[in-house]
Design a binder for this molecule. Structure first.
Ligand code: SF4
Length: 209
């Protein structure tokens, strides 16, 4: 089976297993913040930090850009690497506020150009940029994270992140709901099967055989 066929089979298995999964439905500012906070930590810690940021009134990019770093660090300490992440949040907030004054200005920027710009921000790698674009801005891109890589490898597809992203985009098309949902299904599968080492029951591994 070719890589593209394996990915299509993987998508079918995920659809049969979960159906549509609404994934990370949150305001843009919180998606951008969460995309930084989720680096090298579990999502439960991100949720705890977002709750603290909301309570402190620091859950918007404009508030973060103006915040005292100590206040920001205090709210996000539970996500680890909090000093680095605090600086990254400030840089990301400044980037959006300096470059784009209103959401409608961002809406005018083509996805590839916006992605390249985001990747120039310190601390924003491809996974973070694609999370912001896909979940925060409803753009046509796909998030390749550790879960995606692992499951694709088990399905017999070992490619670069960029190759994987392109195949998923080609297989799923431009509908942002499908792109969000598919990544949500991957995360659900990873939590339900991979993390619990239920490999003997895995329908994805069979695609490799
Ligand atoms: S359950 Fe096991 S075999 Fe299946 S995708 Fe996860 S790690 Fe791979």
């Amino acid at each position: 089976m070719e890589e593209r066929d394996r990915i299509e089979s993987l998508i079918s298995v995920l659809n049969e297993t979960y159906g549509p999964v609404p994934w990370w439905d949150a305001p843009f500012d919180e998606v951008a913040v969460g995309a930084i906070l989720t680096q090298q930590t579990r999502w439960e810690n991100v949720e705890a930090a977002l709750t603290r940021l909301r309570s402190a009134g620091l859950n918007t990019l404009s508030a973060i850009a103006a915040a005292d770093p100590a206040d920001l660090e205090s709210c996000i300490r539970c996500t680890g690497f909090y000093r680095v992440k605090s600086a990254r949040l400030h840089q990301l907030a400044t980037f959006f506020l300096d470059q784009y004054h209103e959401m409608k200005e961002i809406d005018l920027i083509p996805t590839d150009l916006l992605r390249r710009s985001l990747l120039t921000v310190n601390g924003v790698g491809e996974e973070t940029a694609d999370s912001i674009l896909c979940y925060g801005l409803f753009r046509e891109t796909f998030v390749i994270d550790a879960y995606t890589r692992r499951i694709c490898t088990c399905a017999g597809v070992s490619l670069t992140d960029d190759q994987l992203r392109r195949i998923f985009l080609s297989a799923l098309g431009s509908d942002n709901r499908l792109l969000r949902s598919c990544h949500g299904q991957i995360v659900e599968y990873a939590k339900e099967y991979c993390s619990k080492k239920r490999c003997q029951e895995c329908r994805i591994r069979i695609l490799h055989e």
